[in-house]
Design a protein around this ligand. Structure first.
Ligand SMILES: [Zn+2]
Ligand SMILES: [Zn+2]
Length: 273
């Protein structure tokens, strides 16, 4: 068996992750979906090309919520390369009204209902509600021939629904937005600190690490920490925090589990799920 036949046919690629923009590719190597388009259309095309892809390979765009760091490139991208846009009804309403997205052709909108799985490119996709202050905020669970991925980003609090969706996945993209100490001591105004740390804001390193350590199974292939804050976190801190929680819970991650933070601006290349 050669190396390529051992690799999973289901891939993930992060083009950008963090408050300055989020954009992921999920699918097969010849066709897939973009999850969020929070970087410019030009940057998206460049990232696709770097991975031997183009918008020709992209069959749909899935949006998690209507915050600008998730939808910034939508209008220009859809003008030149229209594909169906899947999102929760409240998010679609937000897109229709948002200053950066109101010119997007609403004929492309496809409403996604939580807990109602649907299929795209042979992948079964299920949206689930998350606690966040964006409109129609959801996470997504993907299943392609038994290869599973959950994307759980922009979450103020891990409730039962989100926890269940994370437990189902062998591959996980989970938010680790801020380090509690850095946020507390940092220069953000009090009201913004409250928002970030509140139940409709973002997940801290601690919150996400504690949960990952609790649900970890050796079958897990990739644990990717996403949406790290530029000012209130660092990749080292986020990782350190996770390994600390592993030690506390006497969890020894399997050698086949890859754990890494997603870079803010750089492409990860294909991650085989
Ligand atoms: Zn965000
Ligand atoms: Zn957000």
């Amino acid at each position: 068996m050669d190396l390529f036949s051992c690799l999973s046919p289901f891939v993930f690629c992060s083009f950008a992750s963090g408050s300055s923009g989020n954009c992921y590719y999920v699918g097969k190597q010849d066709e897939g979906i973009l999850v969020d388009v929070g970087i410019t259309a030009q940057q998206i095309l460049k990232n696709l090309a770097q991975n031997d892809l183009s918008m020709f390979n992209v069959k749909a765009v899935l949006i998690t919520h209507d915050h600008i760091d998730h939808v910034k490139g939508l209008e220009v991208l859809m003008k030149n390369h229209p594909v169906p846009i899947y999102a929760h009804a409240d998010c679609l309403q937000g897109l229709a009204e948002g200053s950066a997205t109101k010119k997007v052709d609403s004929a492309l909108f496809r409403e996604v209902e939580t807990s109602q799985p649907f299929g795209l490119c042979g992948i079964t996709i299920e949206a689930f509600p998350v606690m966040h202050d964006g409109r129609g905020a959801v996470g997504y669970h993907f299943d392609y021939e038994g290869h599973t991925l959950t994307i759980a980003t922009d979450i103020g609090m891990l409730d039962k629904v989100v926890k269940e969706q994370i437990r189902r996945a062998d591959n996980l993209v989970i938010e680790a937005n801020y380090d509690v100490e850095m946020l507390e001591k940092g220069s953000y105004p009090y009201i913004l600190k409250q928002r970030i740390a509140g139940p409709f804001g973002h997940l801290s390193n601690d919150e996400s690490a504690k949960f990952v350590a609790e649900i970890y199974r050796p079958e897990m292939k990739n644990i990717m920490l996403c949406h790290l804050s530029e000012n209130n976190n660092s990749p080292e801190r986020a990782l350190q925090c996770l390994y600390q929680q592993f030690r506390r819970k006497h969890v020894h991650p399997d050698v086949n589990t890859t754990i890494f933070p997603l870079p803010r601006h750089k492409s990860t290349g294909f991650v085989y799920l």
